[in-house]
Each structure stands twice: as structure tokens, then as C-alpha cells.
Design a protein around this ligand. Structure first.
Ligand code: KIV
Length: 272
């Protein structure tokens, strides 16, 4: 299936994403966790598919991203990779898989790459994990950073409110972004921070900045299920709904239930 507005059907690489920033071309990124959804959104032309640890919330119904394991992330990433022809597939390293030490981080990173066949990994944090990021990069694995409202630290933050509104936190975020770029990361996700701060980080860095609730920048990421209107009741300010699939599915399933109960399904053309 041809994607919308896709000028280049070649597989997206980290190198291409950096070129896109240089050429002022915006990067579209969405999450997916399974084969069926990944196949559709890849065909529709997204540049990056993120196998986010938000699978913990979206697929498993957990309250936070913390419970998801390396094995579960590998399962989701493998399913996505099987479906994708064009997009770069980035897999989140889950909570606990890289925070203990660099050696454990790189061991888990290699395992996720080997078993899932994804293209790159995403880790949350800056200075605190920089040695781990460097080791993973030294192993030949592309890394995307993630700063701002990093959901794996939700228990430390105690709130999902906008981060880095105060100068000290904003200055630390800028320092962290530079450290990640200098280490060799190919992109950084900035989540839920003031648009002015995002604008400054994007201006100072040569690698692409992908925002979520962070204002206009080099690219945007949303959780697929959220933007498709599958997640009833979740309506933060930054989220734009592009469909109301919850309503579409409810109507379709309601119709099916009624057809089965009335004996209208199957009809004579639907029998062997
Ligand atoms: O796991 C996820 O979905 C993410 C995005 C919110 C960026 O990390």
C-alpha cells in the first residue's frame, strides 16, 4: 500500500532521519505493539514506529510503564518488525533493564536487538545513564534518548504534569540533551515540556528532536491507540484525535451481536 505524502519508499535509517532534520523535513512517529497495527501504520507512511513500553498501559492495562519486562518488549517488537517494510523500528528498553549498571544495560540491549530484530533502542534519562548509553552505542546499537516527562520515573515525579518549567530543571534538560548528542544518539524524544524549551533544544542540536506534548519541533510522536480514539477518556491537551475507533468498533460489534442474536448472521451467501 502506498503511504500518504511518502516521497521516498526506501527503508528509513537513522542517517536519513538526521538528513531530514537538515532538510527541514518533519518526522512522523507513532507507537505500535502488534503485527496488525504496525502493518497498517507502516503502509500509511510513518517514518518511525516506536514499540513503546506504553504497551504496559495500552496492551496490558497496567497503571504505569514499570511492570513490562524485557521478554514482553521482545515479544511486542518481534511482532512489529515482522510487519514493517519502511519505517525505522525503535524499541523501548523497559524499566530496570538498564538502570543498574552499564554492563547489564548493554547485555539487555544486545539481547533485545538479537531477538527482536528491531533497528534501534530508546532509553529514558540523561547524565545518570550516559555511560550505559555510550556502551550501547559502542556495541553498534543506535540509541534514541528520551527526556522531560520520562514515565519510568513517574513515582519520583509523583505527577504527570509538565516538566522543566523551572529554570534548574530546564538547564539540566538542555545539558542532558547535549550529552546524549555528544555520546552519539541519533534522536531525542522530549515529552511534556514547554514549547519554548523544545525550540531551544532543537535549535542547539543537530540530531532530530521528536516531541510529545512538547510543541512544534523536528518531529512528533503519539501513542497510536490514543490518536485513533481507542483510549476512551484519555484527552490530554497535547493529544489530537484523528479517528474515533472506539465508537466505530462499538457500533460494529453491537451490529454483529444483534445480527447473531436475530439469526441474520450468517446468511446463505456466508455458508459452505
Ligand atoms: O512508550 C511510549 O509510548 C513512549 C512515547 C510516549 C514517546 O515512550
Amino acid at each position: 500500500m502506498a503511504g500518504y505524502l511518502v516521497e521516498d519508499a526506501r527503508k528509513v535509517t537513522t542517517h536519513r532521519l538526521i538528513e531530514m532534520k537538515q532538510q527541514g523535513k518533519k518526522i512522523a512517529m507513532l507507537t505500535a505493539y502488534d503485527y496488525t497495527m504496525a502493518r497498517i501504520i507502516d503502509g500509511a507512511g510513518v517514518d518511525i514506529i516506536l514499540v513503546g513500553d506504553s504497551a504496559s498501559n495500552v496492551m496490558a492495562g497496567n497503571f504505569t510503564t514499570l511492570p513490562i519486562t524485557v521478554d514482553q518488549m521482545i515479544y511486542h517488537a518481534k511482532s512489529v518488525v515482522r510487519a514493517v517494510k519502511r519505517a525505522l523500528v525503535v524499541c523501548d528498553m523497559p524499566f530496570g533493564s538498564y538502570q543498574v549498571c552499564a554492563t547489564e544495560g548493554v547485555t539487555n540491549a544486545i539481547r533485545i536487538m538479537k531477538e527482536s530484530h528491531c533497528d534501534a533502542l530508546k532509553l529514558e534519562g540523561g547524565e545518570e545513564i550516559i555511560e550505559t548509553v555510550k556502551k550501547i552505542l559502542a556495541a553498534g546499537i543506535p540509541v534514541c534518548g528520551h527526556l522531560g516527562l520520562t514515565p519510568q520515573s513517574i513515582n519520583k515525579f509523583g505527577t504527570y504534569a509538565v516538566r522543566a518549567k523551572e529554570e534548574a530543571e530546564a538547564e539540566k534538560l538542555i545539558r542532558d540533551a547535549h550529552l546524549l548528542e555528544e555520546a552519539g544518539c541519533f534522536a531525542i524524544v522530549l515529552e511534556k515540556i514547554p514549547a519554548k524549551l523544545t525550540e531551544r533544544v532543537s535549535r542547539e542540536l543537530t540530531i532530530p528532536i521528536i516531541g510529545i506534548g512538547a510543541g512544534p519541533t523536528d518531529g512528533q510522536v503519539l501513542v497510536g491507540q490514543d490518536m485513533l480514539g481507542l483510549n476512551d477518556g484519555f484527552k490530554p491537551k497535547f493529544l489530537r484525535h484523528y479517528a474515533n475507533l472506539a465508537e466505530t468498533i462499538t457500533d460494529a460489534v453491537g451490529q454483529y451481536v444483534s445480527d447473531v442474536k436475530n439469526g441474520d448472521f450468517p446468511n446463505e451467501n456466508e455458508c459452505y
